[in-house]
Design a protein around this ligand. Structure first.
Ligand code: F0G
Length: 465
């Protein structure tokens, strides 16, 4: 099977350009990569993948010329050497010792993709995808989006000087993302429908030759996004001398899951990575939009499209993950899984990450929420080493951040009153102690104190003294 972890390398077919070609993952038909615009297979409509006769190895990365970080450091594993760049990638892999201890695993690192130029991992895909569009000489780019793709496409389209059209589900996109798309100069259409409907329409427009489609159906997007996996493996190995056992990531259209798996497969093909060292891909969806988690739970190879979806994590409010045929084998062949978490679990994880300085938007926090859930269920051992991807920045969705955080306290413009006001921190009386995981009440009725601690998610009593 062409998506097996140990699929052999192939010789470049006649249609290849510089050792790269497009191949259908369903029927194996091969196409020239740049000769014509196509997003899916002409014969069977299956998903396409960029294939290489010479898959990348760690030794190739960064060899020779600049840049020494970011997406284009991995150019030996990309279909060309330079894209439309802002530049992107090279994001931090945070240590989070307090969260690591609370989760109770050996190592937890957070790969914060919110630190890309427009604040999400989509930039990695756009530097390659808009690069192809530029080479092809198209005159209009388009995408359907829950927000981040539109922000990234608008910025990269602007950079390349190409018109950009974005279709968004009306009333379901965080304001920061719309503001970005707008200021970067995209034409924004708000569709009376959800993301999946928007994607159906953009595909129609693309099929009619009206626009160049830059959703993750476009195989070049995923080439850029696979560099997240390369960065994680390189940096984790440099710090810990091993590769992570597991990578948890939020899932919407499942493009990122597919992209990471593809990058790992290529490293296995080149002999750089042993199949047993490939991290278990663990996709996390919101309870209200969880067709992938459902398919994995039911052991199905195909997802069932959810017509009605709802979650506070609007970036992953998606009922028909179009990359599922690439992502499901990735989850299975790496020994991973897909699960769903509640909005309140997502909020608790967002607060927990923020408490240790990592500011993310709600969808991003699904990765940590999923890790915690699997840990509580006993599905993850305490000696595991895990990386959680956080995919978008806190400032993308300030309304959600504001609701998750505390309210500012109004005070008069007087230092003494302010001192008096903040001194209440040290007063005896009924106290409420809050962490993302636990809420505690402490009373000092006389000389003795009484403390009760509850778990936030369930309000289960954990201890009383
Ligand atoms: N996290 C964030 C912050 C996202 O914006 C998205 C997708 C995902 C996770 C899911 O990634 O689709 O590769 O599984 N956002 C798209 C958009 C759909 O339009 O911005 P995926």
């Amino acid at each position: 099977m062409s998506l097996d972890l140990a699929a052999p390398t192939q010789n470049a077919p006649g249609v290849a350009t510089d050792g790269a070609w497009l191949e259908c993952i369903a029927c194996g038909e091969q196409f020239s990569p740049f000769a014509a615009i196509r997003y899916t297979c002409d014969t069977c409509d299956g998903l396409l993948e960029v294939r290489y006769a010479d898959p990348p190895s760690f030794a190739d990365f960064g060899a020779g010329e600049a840049p020494d970080r970011g997406v284009w450091r991995y150019r030996s594993g990309l279909p060309f050497d330079e894209g439309v760049s802002l530049p992107e990638g090279g994001t931090p892999l945070h240590h989070v010792p307090q969260i690591e201890e609370a989760v109770g695993i050996e190592t937890l690192r957070i790969k914060h993709e919110g630190m890309n130029p427009t604040g999400s991992f989509k930039d990695r895909g756009m530097t390659v995808g808009v690069g192809v569009a530029d080479e092809l000489g198209v005159d209009r780019l388009a995408c359907a989006s829950t927000g981040n793709t539109s922000a990234a496409l608008a910025a990269y389209g602007g950079r390349a000087g190409i018109q950009t059209l974005v279709l968004l589900p009306q009333g379901k996109v965080a304001a920061g993302k719309i503001a970005q798309a707008s200021l970067h100069g995209a034409r924004i259409l708000e569709v009376d429908g959800n993301f999946d409907t928007c994607l159906d329409i953009v595909q129609d427009l693309a099929a009619r030759g009206e626009v160049y489609l830059l959703n993750s159906l476009n195989p070049f997007r995923l080439e850029g996004q696979k560099t997240i996996g390369f960065e994680v493996l390189e940096e984790f190995h440099a710090d810990h001398g091993t590769y992570p056992d597991r990578i948890c990531l939020p899932v919407g259209n499942a493009g990122n899951t597919a992209a990471l798996y593809k990058g790992f497969r290529e490293l296995v093909q080149s002999g750089s990575l042993d199949p047993s060292d490939v991290p278990k891909l663990t996709g996390v969806q919101a309870d209200g939009a969880a067709p992938m988690a459902e398919a994995v739970a039911e052991g199905r190879d195909e997802i069932r499209r959810w017509e009605t979806v709802e979650t506070r994590a609007t970036a992953i409010r998606i009922g028909n993950p179009v990359n599922a045929p690439k992502a499901l084998p990735g989850i299975r062949n790496t020994g991973g899984t897909a699960i769903a978490v509640s909005d309140s679990e997502i909020t608790a994880a967002q607060r927990h990450l923020a408490s240790e300085g990592v500011g993310v938007e709600p969808a991003s926090a699904a990765s940590l929420a999923g890790l915690k859930k699997l840990r509580r269920a006993g599905d993850i051992d305490d000696d595991e080493q895990v990386v959680c991807l956080t995919t978008g920045h806190l400032l993308k969705d300030t309304e959600a951040a504001y609701k998750t955080g505390g309210d500012p306290e109004p005070v008069p413009d007087d230092t003494d009153t302010i001192l008096d006001h903040i001194s209440s921190w040290s007063r005896f009386g009924p106290w409420c102690l809050l962490t993302p995981e636990k809420v505690g009440f402490c009373y000092f009725p006389s000389v003795s104190a009484s403390i009760a601690v509850f778990e936030c998610d369930s309000l289960r009593l954990l201890s009383r003294r």
